[in-house]
Design a protein around this ligand. Structure first.
Ligand SMILES: NC(=O)c1ccc[n+]([C@@H]2O[C@H](COP(=O)([O-])OP(=O)(O)OC[C@H]3O[C@@H](n4cnc5c(N)ncnc54)[C@H](OP(=O)(O)O)[C@@H]3O)[C@@H](O)[C@H]2O)c1
Length: 333
């Protein structure tokens, strides 16, 4: 069977990616063949294409970590899924395609009422934020939470999950448009980034300590976060959108009696099947109870793949971006 996909043979420029056609390998006994409808696009896709991701994938490489779609075929030992089921999957690369083969351990059923576009963008962002905030930081109602890079993909999911629990959320972003998106997803307090620096940005802000800081930006923001963390607070190391990694000043950690918690959801999710499913089930439950709405992605046809990747690279994206295939388009018409 033929598959149309976006592929690159050498890491480097986003422009190394090209539309291509290959032959799919045959299904192993625990594999599922999914017709891709939508594929969420992540910051990690850009890093991986450029060869800068922590967990470098092999070449030739097809981006795409998370998808939604419909099952076309199943391996001989797959018992929990049938052909025609609507599913969400952690493709861990390969999702920028019209079909993908995925081990059944990384496939979950999609709620019928959840649209394919929201479903494709739930796994990485909401799965990561649920794991970080609920399972690791154990957030409670009324906790004061500062979210850095709040208008980005994982930032908006963090706002929604914190608000579902009843926390007070302060969102930081670099433009009024981005802050508006944070407000739309429930942020209580909005802080405009000044001079790309946390100290300047929070200068006039009365709330000076936070129980939890959710840091997706890294660089100088990480060390400066320790100034604004409450006694026995928690600093969540989520990512390094600034491209810089901070050296932590451990005296500040001692003086605040705080915890620094590293989150790397991808490998965690792959190694802990049941816990991964628990996080995704937790997200689905919040959605079912209407406590979160799941951020609506901006949609691009798969042939336009370069536009969203460049938007993310150039810091011009707001919220999540998503690719769709002809099969998804056909279903909408
Ligand atoms: N730990 C995990 O398991 C996990 C899971 C998913 C993602 N991540 C990581 O989390 C980070 C954010 O991912 P995302 O999907 O939310 O990305 P995104 O949608 O592109 O958002 C990143 C945000 O970071 C902010 N930012 C601040 N300084 C920046 C700079 N110099 N360059 C670019 N952006 C900058 C931007 O907001 P402003 O312009 O408002 O500052 C942007 O909205 C990435 O490093 C990603 O790899 C980690």
């Amino acid at each position: 069977m033929k598959v149309n996909l976006i592929k690159q043979n050498n890491f480097g420029s986003l422009r190394n990616l090209e539309l291509s056609t290959s032959t799919l390998s045959s299904l192993k006994e625990n594999d599922i063949l999914v017709e891709v409808y939508c594929c969420g696009i992540s910051f990690a896709d850009v890093l991986a294409v450029e060869g800068k991701y922590q967990d470098t994938p092999p070449l030739p490489f097809t981006p795409g970590l998370e998808i939604s779609g419909v099952i076309l075929d199943i391996g001989s030992k797959v018992k929990n899924f049938r052909i025609g089921d609507e599913v969400i999957a952690l493709s861990k690369w390969g999702g920028f395609a019209d079909k993908v083969i995925i081990n059944e351990n990384f496939v979950v059923s999609k709620l019928k009422k959840m649209p394919f576009d929201l479903a494709a963008c739930m796994t990485i962002n909401y799965g990561t934020s649920y794991y970080a905030l609920i399972e690791r930081a154990k957030i409670k109602p009324k906790d004061k939470i500062l979210i850095l890079g709040a208008s980005g993909g994982i930032g908006l999911s963090a706002i929604e999950i914190c608000k579902a629990i009843g926390c007070e959320v302060t969102a930081m972003a670099s433009s009024e448009d981005k802050l508006l998106a944070c407000k739309e997803y429930g942020a209580d307090n909005l802080v405009l980034t000044k001079k790309d620096n946390l100290r300047d940005s929070l200068k006039d802000f009365k709330e000076i300590t936070f129980d939890i800081i959710y840091d997706t930006v890294g660089g100088t923001y990480t060390n400066d976060s320790l100034r604004f963390i409450a006694w026995e607070g928690k600093l969540l190391i989520m990512g390094f959108a600034s491209g810089d990694i901070s050296s932590i000043q451990t005296n500040k950690v001692l003086l605040k009696g705080c915890d620094i918690i590293g989150i790397f959801w991808g490998p965690f999710a792959r190694g802990n099947k049941n816990f991964n499913l628990n996080c995704l089930k937790g997200v689905s439950d919040l959605y079912n109870k209407k406590l979160i709405k799941l951020s609506k992605p901006s949609m691009f046809h798969i042939s336009e793949f370069l536009i969203p990747l460049e938007k993310i690279k150039e810091r011009k994206s707001i919220g999540k971006l998503c690719l769709y295939t002809d099969s998804y388009k056909g279903r909408q018409e």
